[in-house]
Design a protein around this ligand. Structure first.
Ligand code: FES
Ligand code: FES
Length: 160
């Protein structure tokens, strides 16, 4: 199959990728760009492990084809830390035990980041609704909701 070229801005860096049209953004990130923080849990839009921010909105990268992402600005979980320092959100997940095995965590962080971008002071119900598309087999969810609440309290203008 003939290849196409797409351009992405990933975590602030311009990237050019030669890929095939049917390849998903998830595979482009993980396999072409070696950004393996974004996880593949179900490949069909059910688990939220593959969430990334695309042009300001969280999307399941397993459901986005490479050509649809051409020209997009993408933030992956690797883009949340700044200069090697954990963001407030990541710090809150660590302090409130918002993860166990960690497989769902990149998606949880991205959903939470998108929530806090649009709603800096969410209620518990709003946090639950925002994370409704993210499945976790380990934590029972409560520590995750507490982590997001803590991150909202820590949030500054510069750092979510
Ligand atoms: S891997 Fe995309 S939603 Fe599960
Ligand atoms: S921490 Fe294991 S799936 Fe959520």
């Amino acid at each position: 199959m003939s290849k196409i070229e797409i351009q992405l801005c990933v975590n602030g860096e311009e990237r050019v990728v030669q890929t095939i049209p049917g390849r998903t953004l998830l595979k482009v990130l993980r396999e072409d760009l070696n950004l393996t923080g974004t996880k593949d849990g179900c490949s069909q839009g059910d688990c939220g492990a593959c969430l990334v921010i695309m042009d300001g909105k969280s999307v399941n990268s397993c459901l986005v084809l490479a050509p649809q992402a051409d020209g997009a600005e993408i933030i992956t979980v690797e883009g949340l830390a700044e200069n090697g320092e954990l963001s407030n959100l990541q710090q809150a997940f660590a302090e409130r035990w918002g993860f166990q095995c960690g497989f769902c965590t990149p998606g949880m962080l991205i959903s939470s980041y998108a929530l806090l971008l649009s709603n800096p002071d969410p209620t518990e119900d709003e946090i639950k609704r925002a994370l409704a598309g993210n499945l976790c087999r380990c934590t029972g969810y409560k520590p995750i909701f507490d982590s997001v609440q803590m991150a909202a309290e820590l949030k500054t203008d510069k750092n979510i």
